[in-house]
Design a binder for this molecule. Structure first.
Ligand code: FMN
Length: 208
């Protein structure tokens, strides 16, 4: 039998209706040594820190260090046997919205992100997600975003139509920092406005 769990409703969570600004988790999706992901995430964090309507923190998948999925139960059971899963669960559950710093690997998302997504289920549900994608080539990670959106939708998330895409990423790196082109800062600002609007609406949805 095929069960479509996306139709089920999420268990109620107590922290959902709150006066605090939404918490955006900026996820560093890549894990390889020498990666550009942390610099992209730091840039997003700095841009968001300039606003008063959002709280932003970084979740770096390399630091979090999840193994390949090793939970025996389906994540929708929320019956985790490993501490690393419980820690990751708490981090994701604390977020109202996500920005994925997302590279393109073989025209798709890195396996590290797919694995981290697979670990959880309810924690992702009914939350919006934006992307700052980047790539070595000319497409700026758009193909990676499109593949990721399909998975996020399956997890009951709301991937935004707006995104920030940075092609030829190495041309924008200086001494380990990402020097954002002007259009990227404008695109991030606009995407964040939409992300926060979705975050406010989906908070209500999750509290219902
Ligand atoms: C395994 C692998 C596959 C890649 N595939 C693509 C690709 O399909 N298209 C592209 O434009 N760049 C590709 N690149 C280049 C990456 O997008 C670029 O190096 C980016 O900085 C990788 O993210 P990271 O530095 O955070 O690991 C690939 C890089 C790696 C390591």
């Amino acid at each position: 039998m095929i069960t479509d769990m996306s139709a089920s409703s999420a268990p109620p969570e107590s922290h959902l209706v709150t006066a605090q600004p939404p918490h955006v988790l900026i996820v560093v999706s890549s894990t390889r040594p020498g990666r550009n992901g942390p610099a992209i995430a730091r840039w997003v964090e700095t841009e968001l820190a300039a606003r008063t309507d959002v709280r932003a923190t970084i979740a770096d998948l390399a630091e979090i260090g999840l193994p390949l999925l090793d939970e025996p139960n389906h994540p929708s059971d929320r019956n985790y046997v490993h501490d690393h899963t419980r820690r990751w669960s708490r981090m994701v559950a604390s977020a109202d919205a996500f920005v994925f710093a997302l590279p393109e690997y073989n025209r798709s998302m890195p396996g590290s992100l797919m694995n981290a997504l697979d670990f959880l289920y309810w924690e992702w549900q009914r939350k919006p997600a934006g992307f700052v994608s980047y790539s070595g080539g000319a497409f700026g990670g758009v193909r990676s975003v499109e593949m990721t959106k399909q998975v996020l939708s399956t997890l009951g998330m709301f991937p935004l139509p707006e995104m920030v895409n940075v092609p030829h990423i190495d041309e924008h790196m200086r001494d380990g920092d990402f020097i954002a082109p002007e259009r990227a800062a404008a695109a991030l600002s606009s995407m964040t406005d939409t992300l926060l609007a979705y975050a406010a609406a989906t908070r209500q949805l999750r509290a219902a």
